[in-house]
Design a protein around this ligand. Structure first.
Ligand SMILES: *[C@@H]1O[C@H](CO)[C@@H](O)[C@H](O)[C@H]1NC(C)=O
Ligand SMILES: *[C@@H]1O[C@H](CO)[C@@H](O)[C@H](O)[C@H]1NC(C)=O
Ligand SMILES: *[C@@H]1O[C@H](CO)[C@@H](O)[C@H](O)[C@H]1NC(C)=O
Ligand SMILES: *[C@@H]1O[C@H](CO)[C@@H](O)[C@H](O)[C@H]1NC(C)=O
Ligand SMILES: *[C@@H]1O[C@H](CO)[C@@H](O)[C@H](O)[C@H]1NC(C)=O
Ligand SMILES: CC(=O)N[C@H]1CO[C@H](CO)[C@@H](O)[C@@H]1O
Length: 783
């Protein structure tokens, strides 16, 4: 007992603190980042710490390392860390220091993108909404109140990292940091103030003296010494703005994000690998996958609006932390091939030549080392290419990698990894285990009142904008009005809203809804209504689905029912504009039962459980499914709302928001330029049916699930979806590399160390949980 504790402490000591005793020097030149005097070819991947749990981090990071990454990149999310000005949160999923130390413990580097603008399909792009209310503030421009706050938060994060010795010169893992983010995409809208703002941001960052280089992405005028880097689906054509800066790809979109109401985007790995190989072929030395693990938008963190709770991104590691095959394995093979070229790549610039129509060769040759990349950029025809007197077959839209300028160890279009499909089993929610036959879950409920029910409601002349009114304290804002009519009538209530969705109630009864989409948040709806003679109450529930995160002045893009609101053609033939009446408002809901799921008392028992009715809180107790596999709720039967497990929000759910029937392309031809709507699946189905519940949020029994249902559903249809982890046996069939090829490599003189390492790696049979990847894909006949 004692000995094992000591051992544990020793391990802990060496894992967490040992690295702090070695100082690492990071600089750059025109070829690459230079680490301790040596240029490096690096592979990086994005993992956003709040999109998984601290319990998941070590495994995800280890799988990233096993997949061949050197660097983990993350944004820092200001609104997560400072929800109220001056009140900080660095606990749990917000424990940035712990995340960085977990990466360090795995022996990987960190690229810390402080921003503090993140974009990232994150609520309000990562800015706290209180920032919006600082008098005189203008975001992301040469504005003193904004710059003061940006500098204060950036300095706070830098100081925090320094105190923990996390920068490379202090012995920590951070080798790179980012200031601002993709500002060059929007700066023209900010005029000269935008130019001076970027200069200021550069010198502010530099003055913080982190000891490691800073980058700005998508910023052609990034001031020296800040490195300007490229984001996109392809960046091989990119050139930095100075000959003294390396070519870096900070966001290579490994897939694309999902929106409620849309189909599921995916990016074929052949194309992703092509993009990466092209980048390294043409002189790039740092590629980052955005995302390597996408994860989950827990709580109300998704931005957009309309970004789904799942942020899976078709990344090499899926939302649940399981490797996605063949994507993960194929990229791993690619990374190995690129590492075999590192010695030659860092020694020199590539020599580019054309070997035919759309066939491009790049050769890195120096002294003993020689590495070559052969690209076939044709999107239809495979080609036979003659290079150095040998003939090579290069499939359309692919790159062959020749670490010795002779043998092809990898072709981006040839996958040697078995694919897996993510499968789920269904399990019903159970209240307890035991012998008594019926243990299915019982539900209790509370109705949320329609209209004004809280004491802090207020009245105002005219219609208000929602963001300014709620400060995003809630998704919900009630707009309520009473009108007197001489006679009853059937007519249409026409409502115009900036978004994102609304539900209308007439005299307490649900009358209709309207919703925007990812591409158009604004709503204009005509809802048929029946009005009575005398007093009528019109209650409109307006709601946001994550605040805007992108675009010039996106922070000023409002939401809510700003009007007009009109009753069309009354009995006397005229229409009645309700916009400039005195409305009563309520921010948020009366119930707040999610976070405080333990509270009891008012809950009604299940005997008369209301279903398919709007505005109901539901609650149940359940036992966790046995086993260790990742779990999700299958929200079949529910409409739209938010769900909490043991008081923690697992996010907004919306299984009734269905992708259009048309537009899907599955399978998708990977050849030819990729774009966000090229490869889509899941048409005609709910955009998101399954909602991840991290295992660490569950106890064996006595768990509470609380739902707030807006539109109507039946919670008895909810079930568990249990992610099945493919057993190793289903992949053991992957054949090891032919011996012939190994001896062929052993004969090659260049880059012995890397080759030896690769050969050792060839024996790697993989973690039984991850499936097995064939290590190096060797195509050449090695003759
Ligand atoms: C860090 O490396 C650079 C370039 O290799 C070198 O010029 C500089 O002197 C080094 N700094 C330290 C503190 O070793
Ligand atoms: C490439 O060469 C192979 C065999 O040498 C041949 O079968 C094939 O037709 C050739 N392809 C093209 C596009 O020339
Ligand atoms: C029509 O009826 C509405 C509601 O009763 C009333 O407010 C409005 O003044 C009437 N318009 C005319 C032209 O009589
Ligand atoms: C909020 O209020 C400010 C100040 O009155 C105004 O400038 C702005 O347009 C309003 N709307 C939004 C969405 O910020
Ligand atoms: C979700 O639940 C529905 C209804 O029980 C079922 O038909 C469907 O197969 C489930 N989906 C998954 C992925 O578990
Ligand atoms: C210009 C652009 O579309 N940028 C997007 C790049 O992808 C990241 C990740 O999905 C987004 O955050 C950016 O908005």
């Amino acid at each position: 007992m004692r000995a094992s504790q000591t051992l544990f402490l020793l391990l802990w000591f060496f894992c967490i603190y040992a690295p702090t005793s070695f100082s690492t020097n990071v600089t750059y030149d025109h070829r690459a980042l230079v680490i301790d005097g040596k240029r490096r070819v690096l592979v990086s991947g994005s993992i956003h710490y709040p999109r998984s749990t601290p319990e998941m981090w070590p495994d995800i990071i280890q799988k990233s390392k096993d997949g061949g990454l050197d660097v983990i990149e993350t944004y820092v999310f200001w609104n997560l860390h400072e929800p109220v000005r001056g009140q900080y949160n660095f606990e749990g999923r917000a424990d940035l220091v712990k995340f960085v130390k977990t990466v360090a413990a795995a022996g990987l580097y960190v690229h810390l993108r402080i921003g503090p603008y993140a974009c990232a399909e994150w609520n309000y792009g990562g800015f706290p909404v209180w920032l919006h209310f600082i008098p005189g503030i203008q975001f992301r421009t040469d504005n003193k109140p904004f710059k003061d706050e940006m500098k204060r938060f950036t300095a706070k994060i830098v100081d925090m990292m320094k105190k923990e010795n996390l920068y490379a010169p202090q012995g920590g893992p951070i080798i790179l940091s980012q200031i601002e983010n993709e500002y060059g995409n929007v700066d023209e809208h900010y005029g000269p103030a935008g130019k001076s703002y970027i200069k200021w941001a550069g010198s502010m960052a530099t003055s913080l003296d982190t000891g490691v280089p800073w980058v700005m992405c998508q910023q052609a005028d990034a001031p020296d010494p800040i490195i300007n880097a490229c984001n996109g689906f392809y960046c091989h054509q990119f050139k930095p703005n100075s000959n003294s800066k390396p070519k870096m790809f900070t966001e290579n979109w490994s897939g694309w994000f999902l929106g409620f109401g849309g189909p599921v985007p995916y990016r074929p790995v052949e194309d992703l690998a092509f993009s990466v190989a092209r980048f390294y072929q043409l002189g790039g030395t740092f590629n980052n996958y955005y995302m390597y693990h996408g994860g989950t938008n827990f709580g109300r963190t998704s931005g957009g609006p309309f970004i789904s709770t799942s942020y899976d991104y078709d990344a090499p590691i899926d939302e649940y932390g399981i490797v996605r095959q063949p994507k993960w394995g194929h990229l791993k093979d690619l990374h190995k091939a690129i590492k075999l070229c590192e010695e030659a790549m860092i020694a020199t610039d590539p020599t580019i030549s054309s070997l035919g129509s759309n066939i491009e060769a790049a050769v890195y040759k120096t002294g003993s080392a020689c590495a070559a990349f052969l690209a076939n950029n044709n999107d239809k025809s495979d080609e036979n290419v003659t290079f150095n007197g040998n003939s090579y077959h290069v499939p359309a839209w692919s790159v062959s990698i020749l670490p010795d300028c002779k043998n092809v160890v990898h072709n981006t279009a040839k996958i040697n990894v078995a694919s897996t499909t993510s499968s789920f089993t269904t399990e019903s929610l159970k209240e307890k285990t035991g012998s008594s036959g019926d243990s299915s879950t019982g539900w209790s409920w509370i109705t949320e009142p329609v209209g004004i029910s809280k004491t802090d409601s207020f009245t105002k002349f005219g219609l208000v904008e929602q963001l300014n009114t709620t400060g995003d304290r809630s998704d919900y804002l009630w707009y309520s009005l009473s009108i007197d009519l001489d006679a009853g009538t059937k007519t249409d209530l026409q409502i115009e809203s900036l978004g994102h969705a609304l539900h209308a109630f007439i005299n307490g009864k649900f009358a209709g809804s309207g919703t925007g989409t990812k591409n158009k948040a604004a709503i204009k709806v005509d809802i048929p209504v029946t009005l009575v003679a005398g007093k009528n109450t019109i209650d409109l529930l307006s709601l946001t689905v994550g605040l805007k995160n992108y675009g010039a002045f996106y922070d000023l893009r409002g939401a809510g029912i700003t009007g007009p609101v009109t009753l069309k053609s009354l009995n006397n033939g005229s229409s009645l504009d309700l916009s400039s009446k005195t409305w009563t408002y309520q921010i948020g809901l009366k119930g707040d039962f999610g976070p405080s799921s333990g509270s009891s008392g008012q809950w009604n028992s299940q005997s008369n459980l209301p279903t398919n009715q709007p505005l109901i809180w539901y609650k149940t107790n359940f036992i966790a499914p046995s086993g260790k596999e990742p779990v999700a709720f299958n929200m079949t039967g529910m409409g739209k709302g938010e769900a909490w497990v043991n008081g923690q929000s697992i996010g907004r759910y919306w299984p009734t928001n269905i992708a259009p029937n048309e537009g899907c392309t599955d399978p998708c031809n990977y050849r030819g330029s990729y774009h966000a709507s090229k490869c889509l699946r899941n048409c005609g189905k709910p955009s998101q049916l399954l909602y991840h519940v991290p295992r660490s949020w569950l106890r064996p029994e006595g768990n509470t699930l609380v739902l707030f249902e807006e539109t109507g559903g039946n919670p008895k249809q909810i079930s568990f979806a249990i992610r099945q982890i493919e057993s190793a046996s289903s992949h053991k069939s992957a054949s090891p590399l032919p011996h012939k090829v190994l001896s062929c490599f052993q004969g090659a003189s260049s880059n012995r160390a890397a080759l030896d390492e690769a050969i050792v790696e060839l024996d790697y049979q993989g973690d039984p949980c991850e499936g097995v990847t064939k290590s190096l894909a060797v195509e050449a006949s090695c003759a």
